[in-house]
Ligand binder design. Structure first.
Ligand code: FES
Length: 325
């Protein structure tokens, strides 16, 4: 069975694989993030043919289902089909690899956040676009983490949050030692900067700042990049100690707002939700592009609110941190 797209690409539907995985296996890259039906980033329109649901399409409303919307990470082709998807050529040439990686640095930045650096074998080549994520595999456990470093760095930096009763949390916060041998698989996801020559708003909650740090540092180090438009970052946390990155740039001018969700006596910054604070400050959304990374709840609310204020849907990109099963 064949899968056609509106832009004219065609690929084979692989047995038992989702449309998204069939595309990835064929070397095509469509929009995706969580790969488990929760974030909605891979949403597209089924233009003809039939699909079967491999897992629940949690991010689709009933209305969207009746409008022939599907999540490519949740559906497989039942017949030959045509979908409205675009291949992301910026990711061409980047292949997903599984590589060994040693823990080279462990730093507990707050009670709930640890910074881990991973060193790859000297001969290994691991290319990624800033903003992407990777999977870390320890024993039989696999978890996804956004990359906080840039591709020019020698090591890969991850910012990892503590989750109550998390199996991998137990490893990162109680067991990890320098030189531990892990495996990584990546890069993954399609959260990366599409057009740097627009006003940019970045929204992050918690360790969702990691890919934004990576994107901004890549711009800072890009000798071809000349900043012509404002860049704004709104970073939300529950506790003041979780603002573990003090951004400083020589070349970039970034308006950076730390936002605490619950006010405390000694907090003089913004309080509330990042999307509310951002919208209260930003009035003209005509050319603005919004990148949001963090909790699914923030992303859902931010998208609804920004679209309601006039942002074009194609100018909102997101990477949701969703629970692993
Ligand atoms: S719902 Fe498909 S990638 Fe998140």
């Amino acid at each position: 069975m064949l899968i056609d797209t509106t832009e004219g690409t065609q690929f084979e539907a692989q047995d038992d694989l989702s449309i998204l995985d069939s595309a990835l296996k064929s070397g095509l890259v469509f929009e995706y993030s969580c790969k488990n039906g929760q974030c909605g980033v891979c949403k597209t329109t089924l233009l003809n043919g039939e699909v079967i649901e491999l897992r629940a399409q949690l991010a689709l409303s009933d209305q969207e289902k009746s409008d022939n919307k599907i999540l490519t990470c949740c559906c497989a082709a039942k017949t030959s089909i045509k979908i409205d998807s675009t291949d992301l050529s910026a990711l061409h040439g980047i292949t997903v690899k599984t590589l060994p990686a040693r823990v080279s640095h462990i730093s507990y930045l707050s009670e709930k956040i640890v910074e881990i650096r991973l060193r790859l074998p000297p001969t290994a080549i691991f290319q990624f676009v800033e903003g992407q994520y990777l999977d870390v595999i320890w024993n039989t456990i696999r978890r996804s983490y956004s990359i906080a470093s840039i591709s020019a760095d020698k090591e890969i930096t991850l910012l990892i949050k503590c989750f109550e009763n998390g199996q991998m949390t137990d490893y990162w916060f109680n067991k990890v030692k320098k030189n531990d041998l892990l495996r990584i698989e990546g890069p993954k996801g399609t959260f990366f900067l599409r057009d740097a020559q627009s006003p940019l708003i970045f929204l992050a909650t918690g360790t969702g700042i990691a890919p934004i740090k990576s994107i901004l540092n890549s711009l800072e180090h890009d000798s071809d990049f000349q900043q012509l438009h404002p860049i704004m970052v709104y970073w939300g946390n529950r506790s003041p100690e979780d603002f573990v990155w003090q951004a400083s740039f020589n070349k970039l001018t970034v308006d950076f707002y730390n936002v605490l969700s619950q006010p405390t006596n000694d907090w003089s910054g913004d309080t509330g939700y990042v999307q509310d604070i951002a919208l209260a400050r930003q009035h003209n959304l005509d050319d603005t592009v919004v990148y949001a990374c963090g909790s699914n709840a923030m992303i859902k609310s931010a998208k609804e609110q920004f679209l309601a204020c006039g942002l074009d849907e194609n100018r909102f990109y997101s990477d949701a941190f969703v629970q692993s099963f």
